[in-house]
Design a protein around this ligand. Structure first.
Ligand code: PLP
Length: 460
């Protein structure tokens, strides 16, 4: 028997968040090429990339000019660090460009190689900021149930998914959780059935939970609140009206930094360059990564306000933190070229122009008995699946395993749609297509989902 690439994959490639035993006898899908909104496997079969890789490929696959930008920079200066006082033009130019896009006085850009590092950076910066400004006891963070913020120890502590953390505990102390804003589950989450009647009232309640947590921990110990504009994990949990306004007020009252984790929501995902702009709030720090290069090279960043950065810029003070590859020249150049595409093709406006059509197309699926909720904004949607639509009863562990992992993930892919069936929290199908997508792609997504969800419903 010949030794195939599939054999090699099992023998040597340890895939992320993957049950490796599943691939002992079954080769993993091998994606070899991308073009626009589509990816192709090693057999030449085409799939609609309904997740932009992993919320990454905003401008779509196969962009020659991004490959060219990488090659040009690598020829000129492949690598130099931003470490110990050195800089390079691509990082400077990108930092200025990001500061220009970011809301308010978010003008200081600290580069990382990805999102988890950006979150880690934000927490460390928040801690040191308070040490530098005479409040050394402020180190704790508040974040929301079921939210995912990355895998480094600090970011994992901030993550609100107990199953993602338990194998690695003890984690970093000081990370406290509050309820999220899943309005579909408002009654369950709050324990107050009447809160399910009005989204703004529920939002007020949810924001007030942050205040309660700050008061319970002691305001002089809390450094930051980490929230996504739209929470991915748990299925595109959008902010109720007034939620961020109240959150900003609470943060100001108790001198707590508002960190907007936009690792997914930045770079057009919601139709604005940054997610905070979609909902009109002003963060103290934005964390971002993924879409900055549309995935053609890795990079991330924490973007901090002038106010938070100020004490770091004084005298002998410094932020003793960094990454060898943070702000890598090739990635920074690719990011600039990617942002040029955003400008030239009006990608954020394209999302704004087409988001209603995307929503309307997905909303059609509500007629299926298994579809409990369709929620999201921009090009970022979650479809929550339920066992019983009337009672909103969700699946038990065995059903979730059988339906989501056993059937749906494979069936969706088989039917030509790459997306994610996720059961961190309530079971959802996550959709986050490239920002170039249009009605024909929405229709394709709807038609595959209709077929697979109908079949899934019959397995219950
Ligand atoms: N924060 C959020 C909101 C994310 O969605 C993710 C990844 O999906 C991360 C942080 C971690 O990013 P990375 O995988 O680049 O470390």
């Amino acid at each position: 028997m010949t030794y195939t690439q599939a054999d090699s994959a099992y023998d040597h490639l340890w895939m992320h968040f993957t049950r490796m035993s599943s691939y002992r006898d079954t080769p993993p899908p091998m994606i070899v090429r991308g073009d626009g909104a589509y990816i192709y496997d090693s057999q030449g079969k085409r799939y609609l990339d309904g997740l932009s890789g992993l919320f990454v490929v905003q401008a779509g696959h196969g962009r020659e000019e991004l490959a060219e930008a990488a090659a040009k920079q690598a020829r000129e200066l492949a690598f130099f660090p931003l470490w110990g006082g050195y800089s390079h033009p691509a990082a400077v130019e990108l930092a200025e460009r990001l500061a220009g896009y970011a809301p308010g006085d978010l003008n200081k850009v600290f580069f990382t190689t990805g999102g988890g590092e950006a979150v880690e950076t934000a927490w460390k910066a928040a801690k040191q900021y308070f040490k530098l400004t005479g409040k050394p006891r402020k180190y704790k963070v508040i974040s929301r149930a079921v939210a995912y913020h990355g895998t480094p120890h600090g970011a994992l502590s901030i993550t609100g998914i107990p199953e993602a953390k338990m194998d690695f505990e003890p984690l970093v102390p000081g990370a406290h959780k509050v309820p999220n804003t899943n309005f579909y589950r408002a009654a369950e989450i709050s324990g107050v059935p009447s809160l399910a009647e009005d989204e703004a009232t529920f939002g007020r309640w949810a924001a007030d939970q942050v205040e309660q947590a700050i008061l319970m921990e002691g305001p002089d110990t809390v450094a930051a609140v980490f929230v996504e504009p739209v929470q991915n994990s748990g299925g595109c949990i959008t902010p109720p009206p007034g939620y961020f306004e109240r959150l900003r007020e609470i943060c100001d009252t108790y001198d707590v930094l508002l960190v907007s984790d936009e690792v997914i929501c930045a770079f057009g995902r919601l139709g604005t360059m940054f997610g905070a702009q979609r909902y009109g709030y002003q963060p103290d720090i934005i964390t971002c990564a993924k879409g900055m290069t549309s995935g053609y090279s890795p990079i991330g960043a924490a973007i901090l306000s002038d106010r938070i950065a100020a004490p770091f810029y004084e005298g002998t003070n410094m932020f003793g933190h960094g990454y060898t590859f943070g702000g890598h020249p090739v990635s920074a150049s690719v990011a600039l070229a990617n942002l040029d595409i955003f400008e030239r093709e009006g990608l954020t406006q394209h999302v704004l122009d087409n988001q209603a059509a995307f929503r309307a197309t997905l909303e059609k699926l509500r007629d299926l008995p298994i579809v409990g909720d369709v929620r999201g904004d921009g090009y970022f949607y979650g479809i929550e699946l339920v066992k019983d639509k009337a009672t909103k009863e969700t699946f038990d562990e065995e059903e979730s395993e059988r339906l989501l992992r056993g059937f749906m993930s494979g069936a969706l892919f088989e039917a030509g749609l790459y997306c994610r069936a996720d059961d961190r929290g309530d079971p959802v199908v996550q959709l986050s297509p490239p920002l170039i997508c249009e009605q024909e792609h929405f229709d394709e997504i709807e038609s595959v989902l209709r077929d697979v969800l109908t079949r899934a419903g019959k397995l219950l």
